[in-house]
Ligand binder design. Structure first.
Ligand code: PMP
Length: 387
């Protein structure tokens, strides 16, 4: 049997992980700023998460939400500690894309409208619904017709919001665009989005699958902008490595959804509930968001000081520990040099080197990244000159 994968291979065989590091089968240690596309934000082999999962595994692994189980009660109590605004209800699913699907379905059912507004450079997933609001043509075109209509507007451009009309079921936005190039939203833009959504009777879906759970320096990235979404999606870091995602909503939306509107065999299974419980405990007890804020500021300053003068560096940007170096050249070689220097990173958009660091990254780790990035970027520049 051969494994089908749609990701280009990195050529290394990872056998274990501990905190911010992973090891390959040859014993090489890597600083993991790829972190499974940001999933391992709380670190690999996090002891609290492992303990909760092991205990749960030995008690009961599978139950649909038709049955109560204590771990779910514990999870709900934990999630209360990281609640945003009036989003008092949570539905659990298994992947970010699936959470976006439910958010979109909910918006259609509640508003009775069909249209979605999304933004250029957005990424919301690759199932048919979530793909419909994902900007990248290359991902969308082979699978059309998708769900429609969808209008893609310029991100961070308030003027564009005039185009939003009363046929809109929902506006979907990432508070920091991740896959599209690590582009933080502007505060006045997010505030304007909230206003327009209220004026037009459309729902505001904030997709926090990548930006959420402490990474940007607040538990939820939209909290930087002083707004509360109508619906929020979360995933990746919320399970501390276990596949689980979530849709958060206020009472008035939850009350309008009922039996048959959605369902998934694994959604909210006891293992996922244990993972979310443990991850939330770590997030709160270790002040993870605060640490991400402080470390993100240090990391950003170091990167700007050391790399800001390169001709090929267009911008270094981000929020907390969600950081991108936007180049005027293809970042592939620099990402390869980083990997050869035992640092895993990932691409975003066409030109960005992205770092999705676990929160326990140290200053020493950051220095290593800065040095390897210097090497990678200067080699990229000299290759561009000679080619
Ligand atoms: N939304 C956002 C903002 C994402 O970054 C991603 C994944 N990169 C998704 C949705 C889809 O999540 P998943 O891959 O878990 O389906």
């Amino acid at each position: 049997m051969k494994l089908v994968t749609f990701y280009s291979g990195r050529g290394i065989n990872i056998v274990k992980g501990e905190n911010q590091y992973v090891w390959d089968d040859k014993g090489n240690k890597y600083l993991d700023l790829h972190a499974g596309h940001g999933v391992a934000f709380l670190g690999h082999n996090n002891k609290t998460i492992v303990r909760y999962l092991e205990k749960q595994m030995s008690e009961i692994m599978t139950l649909t939400t038709a049955f109560n189980t204590p771990i779910r009660e514990e999870m709900l109590k934990e999630l209360d500690k990281v609640k945003t605004g009036n989003l008092d209800n949570v539905f659990l699913l298994n992947s970010g894309s699936e959470a976006v699907e439910l958010a979109m379905k909910s918006a259609r059912k509640i508003t009775g409208r069909k249209k979605f507004i999304a933004f250029k450079n957005s990424f919301h997933g690759r199932t048919s619904g979530s793909l419909s609001v994902t900007w990248t043509k290359r991902y969308r075109e082979p699978f059309e017709p998708l769900l429609g209509p969808v209008d893609f507007l310029d991100f961070n451009n308030i003027d564009e919001l005039k185009k939003i009309d009363e046929n809109t079921a929902a506006i979907i936005v990432e508070p920091v665009q991740g896959e599209g190039g690590v582009i933080p939203a502007k505060e006045d833009f997010m505030k304007a989005l909230k206003e327009v959504s209220q004026d037009k009777g459309a729902l505001l879906i904030v997709d926090e699958v990548q930006s959420g759970f402490g990474r940007t320096g607040r538990v939820w990235a939209h909290q930087h902008f002083g707004i509360v979404p109508d619906i929020m999606t979360a995933g990746k870091a919320i399970g501390g490595g276990f596949p689980v995602s979530a849709v958060f909503m206020p009472d008035w939306i939850a009350e309008k959804l009922g039996e048959g509107d959605h369902g998934t065999t694994y959604g909210g299974n006891p293992m996922a509930a244990a993972a979310v419980t443990a991850a939330t405990k770590v997030l709160v007890e270790e002040n993870v968001a605060e640490q991400a804020k402080e470390k993100g500021e240090i990391f950003m300053r170091m990167l700007k000081d050391s790399l800001g003068d390169f001709k090929s560096v267009r911008e270094i940007r981000g929020l907390g520990l969600m950081i991108g170096i936007d180049l005027r050249l293809n970042p592939a070689h620099a990402i390869k040099v980083l990997q050869d220097s035992k640092i895993l990173s990932l691409k975003a958009g066409l030109t960005v080197i992205r770092f999705l660091s676990p929160y326990m990254i140290t200053q020493e780790d950051m220095e290593m990244v800065v040095n390897a990035a210097r090497k990678g970027i200067s080699e990229t520049e000299s290759k561009a000159v000679t080619s």
